[in-house]
Design a protein around this ligand. Sequence first.
Ligand code: SF4
Length: 320
Amino acid sequence: MLETKAERQALVDEILEWKKKRNALILAHNYELPEIQDIADVLGDSLALARAAMRADADVIVLCGVHFMAETAAILNPDKTVLLPDPNAGCSLADSITADALRAWKAEHPGAVVVSYVNTSAEVKAESDYCCTSSNAVQVVRSIPEDREILFLPDMFLGSYVKRVTGRENLHIWMGECHVHAGIRPHDIEETLSAHPDAELLIHPECGCSTSNMYLLAEGQLPADRTHVLSTSGMLQRARESDKRAFIVATEVGILYQMERQNPDKTFIPANRAAVCPFMKMITLEKVRDALARLETVISVPADVAARARVAIERMVAIG
Ligand code: SF4
């Protein structure tokens, strides 16, 4: 634990030195701790980090995020050394489906197209036809011919949202969830909305509240003119472009740091202050320094799995 500003700066200086020595690039997710966001060369959601990893020409990529993101970077740029500063940084959503479980599900629906949210292991991606993120899930599903059955996994809230928006009756949903997003419940939204009647509401489609809120929205029980269901990057964009002064934010609270930095004259209110991803918060400045100094922990994916997973990931990156 760093006590003073000077200690923190000394550590940041050390990281910058190691970064130069290793010819490294630091990628960080929007849900990381503020001090990690501050040292990132590229900061973004899963899709933005995947794109940055793909075009990286540094020798080393330090992925400040969770395990599946480092795997994605290793798959997209296999000649680079990809480091995850804490190998225990996992994801409850990615853990909700295994490759064996997916193979069994596919056997029940022969010929179905498999669309996997990017929060999955490399082995699950290798069993998939397409990957998607919350930014492009709707576009990916719309790109698949209407008459093809779709298996959408692993997030049931994002799946329900995509099914509702696209009207696809032949889309089957895996019942997985992220424990952080599922913890944001409809009553959190109702309470925060009534406390801030002029605020715009920004909801991430992975939230436990999103399915019921989409229903309430359709029923006219939520203010349609100030409710937006958006991906992580979409939320940041909306916060910048909207002329509203206050926003209720229904996703992991780490994103508030960038929102406040980019919009110092606006107010951001978390729908649930307890929506904190413990895996994202495992990455600290000390661990980034040690990762660079020791070149640990290297994340790699077996070549045969990577080759199959790459097809699905590249389709995701190409669709937008
Ligand atoms: S917020 Fe949820 S989906 Fe995102 S990394 Fe954490 S556990 Fe996984």
